[in-house]
Design a protein around this ligand. Structure first.
Ligand code: SAM
Length: 291
């Protein structure tokens, strides 16, 4: 029965003359056992509201629906819509055509009566993995949990420890909003077509669901400017990379700020934790205020 279902979706794609498009990162999963393991590991249960980014042929969508979740899926490729209609026939799954980076997820979920907060589960297209994750977090959507398949190297970057070569500005940006952990690795051979890289299932659990409409504040913007500058030229000392910032602070002041924050000016950004960056930003903001 299951073998038949799987066969049917592949056949359906052929029937509709579907061609995999590299430009949209189309690498599909047809293995039902793996799909169920993903949904189980994500902890999806009946009644959960789930936004799926890029449903493709609807295989993961169906595994989510099987668990009793309410699913709203956003797919950019119009040629997949008739396939999805067929695959999701008789289910409560809803598909919206569009580019996830151009849609406001809180608005679209509300428009389709998907209550907040909701979860995001997806096999993300590789070419926009980091922008999608950052947009989910920075927009402070009403998301309680994110479980996504991403390229293994991206998963390692987003969960890296200070001082490692994978650690970077994006690691800290994710850590600022959420807790990230790798759930399990997924070999490339399970995807159709087989990509050039392996994947990992990543959980990104937002630290809090912010009140709707919370905007970025100036302190946050300063913190991210400092982090970006510190990693902009990884070989430079913190003093040199921060002195290049045009935030009303000269080199002497930068030395003072770092001293006050208890951080050696000769350190490199890649060795600092998020809390240490926060300390620098706090002292920095006070200096600007006093100017
Ligand atoms: N979920 C399916 C699976 O696991 O078999 C497909 C995953 S495939 C890696 C990524 C999917 O995202 C494709 O269906 C692709 O067309 C879609 N996609 C790519 N860019 C998108 C975007 N900007 N907005 C929404 N969907 C997108």
């Amino acid at each position: 029965m299951e073998g038949k279902k799987r066969q049917n979706i592949r056949e359906l794609l052929q029937e509709y003359g579907f061609h995999f498009k590299k430009k949209w990162g189309q690498n599909f999963i047809f293995d039902l056992n793996l799909l169920r393991r993903i949904v189980d590991t994500a902890g999806i249960k009946a009644g959960d509201r789930v936004v799926e980014i890029g449903p493709g042929a609807g295989t993961l969508t169906r595994a989510l629906l099987e668990k009793g979740a309410q699913v709203l899926a956003i797919e950019i490729d119009a040629t997949l819509l008739p396939v999805l209609e067929k695959v999701l026939e008789g289910t409560s799954g809803v598909v919206v055509q569009g580019d996830v980076l151009k849609l406001n997820l809180d608005e679209i979920t509300a428009a389709y009566n998907l209550a907040h907060p909701y979860k995001v589960v997806a096999n993300l297209p590789y070419y926009i993995t980091t922008p999608v994750i950052m947009s989910l977090l920075e927009n402070r959507y009403q998301i309680e949990d994110i479980v996504v398949m991403v390229q293994k190297e991206v998963a390692e970057r987003l969960t890296a420890a200070p001082g490692t070569k994978e650690y970077g500005a994006v690691t800290l940006a994710v850590e600022y909003y959420a807790e990230a952990e790798i759930l399990f690795k997924i070999p490339r051979r399970v995807f159709t077509p087989v990509p050039e890289v392996d994947s990992a299932l990543l959980r990104i659990k937002p630290k809090a669901v912010s009140p709707p409409g919370t905007a970025k504040n100036p302190r946050e913007e300063l913190l991210f400017k400092i982090i970006k500058a510190a990693f902009g030229q990884r070989r430079k000392t913190l003093l040199n990379s921060l002195s290049s910032l045009k935030e009303g602070i000269n080199k002497e002041k930068t030395v003072e700020i770092l001293a006050k924050a208890g951080i050696s000016p000769q350190t490199r950004g890649e060795a600092l934790t998020l809390d240490q960056f926060r300390q620098i930003a706090d002292v920095w903001a006070n200096f600007i205020k006093q100017e």
